[in-house]
Design a protein. Structure first.
Length: 187
């Protein structure tokens, strides 16, 4: 197993967790777009974890990398925050279903709060962070454009982001997460 992340803190956290649960895994600190050609056609499964897709300004280019590192008939598994949930403001508990962000955006969301997404520590001198929240069609078309078929797609009403716990067990059920299984069908 190999884990890739651009964040040194995320890599360190993953190494500690791997050691704690006694699972052997290599962790590589890299921009995903820059994964070495040494990993071409190497993996049977690529798992994309929660909150990952929002970091990529070019989702099709991201899936091109995934296609490159997967073996033919390899699978990409995505368990992710539903794009619909990302229209809401996680801090709005008075009107939690009031839409804050547009679904179709040409520009990224810019956050200047300096919050480390792993350590949850504020750094006042941190640079801005940018979210490129993709739509479902961008995700699906990114896979299709990169020679991957979609074998399964499910939507769920549970929040895997841990940001919207106040919506759990509510009468209004909206899609909060999804699972997608794609397969690399050719090189």
């Amino acid at each position: 197993m190999v884990g890739f992340d651009i964040s040194d803190n995320a890599i360190e956290s993953a190494r500690l967790l791997s050691k704690k649960v006694d699972v052997e895994c290599d962790f590589i600190q890299t921009d995903i777009y820059d994964i070495s050609d040494d990993y071409n056609n190497r993996f049977d499964i690529v798992y994309i974890s929660t909150g990952s897709l929002m970091w990529f300004p070019d989702i099709s280019k991201f899936f091109k990398v995934i296609n490159r590192i997967l073996k033919v008939n390899g699978y990409v598994l995505i368990y992710e925050i539903h794009p619909f949930l990302l229209l809401l403001d996680e801090d709005n508990h008075d009107n939690p279903y009031e839409l804050r962000y547009p679904y179709f955006r040409k520009e990224p969301l810019v956050f200047n709060d300096g919050l480390d997404y792993i350590g949850k520590v504020k750094n006042e001198s941190a640079l801005p962070s940018y979210n490129f929240d993709p739509t479902l069609s961008q995700i699906i078309n990114g896979l299709i454009q990169n020679k991957m078929s979609i074998d399964q797609f499910e939507e769920y009403d549970h929040d895997i982001s841990s940001l919207f716990g106040h919506l759990e067990n509510d009468e209004i059920q909206i899609p909060k997460s999804f699972f997608l299984c794609g397969e690399k069908v050719s090189d």
